[in-house]
Design a protein around this ligand. Structure first.
Ligand code: NI
Ligand code: MN
Length: 227
């Protein structure tokens, strides 16, 4: 199993039998220049944490070209169906679903969610994935919230993808607070250095994690992490 990061909150997990793409903000993502274009991606599943443009991104074009199954909350799936997407799996906060590759829990995320055209996007979410004997938690755009302690109790999290860019999500200090509740073995930072509002000092961010006893692994866009 491997994870490839495309910058911002876009990444892909390749398992033995399936390719899972998350928040495919590719075309307008400054991190993807010379790294990947939307046409290069051939996922079996597209997971959406929420409907904001920097996450929804190229969802429609990739889903239409590949027939990938779109996974999102009820409002996102309904919107996609109205745009002609037929292969979709709706979920909602607190629910789980058994996919052929593993069991996925849709979590709460403390944020907001609307489509680029203003349509309501439902409650924002994250995903806890159990696949190939490992547990990966993609937090989505969020601040820390107290119920993360329950997720930490219920799931033995190997890898957490945490937003650290501040302004629209938690920053390094917030992420460390989240890590204290989730106890992940490894953390990959996301949602930073894409726009001026979320430019951060990654060295300082890493130091904050190190001081708190957590392992932060920043990934260069285009690079791959073996899991
Ligand atoms: Ni957002
Ligand atoms: Mn965002």
């Amino acid at each position: 199993m491997k994870l490839t990061y495309f910058g911002h909150s876009a990444f892909q997990i390749e398992t033995d039998g399936a390719t899972l793409l998350f928040d495919p903000f590719i075309s307008d993502n400054p991190h993807t220049e010379g790294v990947v274009s939307a046409e290069d991606l051939n996922p079996d599943y597209i997971f959406l944490t929420h409907a904001h443009a920097d996450h929804w991104g190229d969802t429609l074009s990739i889903a239409k070209r590949t027939g990938a199954q779109l996974v999102g909350n009820f409002e996102i799936v309904t919107y996609a169906q109205n745009e002609g997407i037929e292969n979709a799996q709706p979920m909602n906060t607190g629910g789980a679903w058994d996919f052929p590759f593993g069991r996925v829990f849709q979590t709460y995320a403390r944020h907001s969610s609307s489509f680029p055209d203003g349509t309501y996007g439902g409650n924002p979410n994250g995903y806890i994935l159990h696949l190939e004997g490992q547990c990966i938690y993609n937090l989505g755009d969020t601040s820390p919230f107290a119920e993360m302690a329950w997720y930490g109790e219920d799931h033995d999290i190997d890898l957490a993808l945490m937003p650290v860019g501040d302004c629209f999500t938690m920053n390094a200090e917030g992420a460390v607070r989240a890590a204290g509740m989730l106890n992940p073995t490894q953390v990959v930072p996301v949602h930073y250095d894409t726009f001026p509002f979320i430019e951060i000092d990654m060295e300082a961010c890493q130091q904050t994690f190190e001081d708190a006893g957590f392992n932060l692994t920043p990934l260069t866009p285009g690079s791959t992490l073996a899991l």
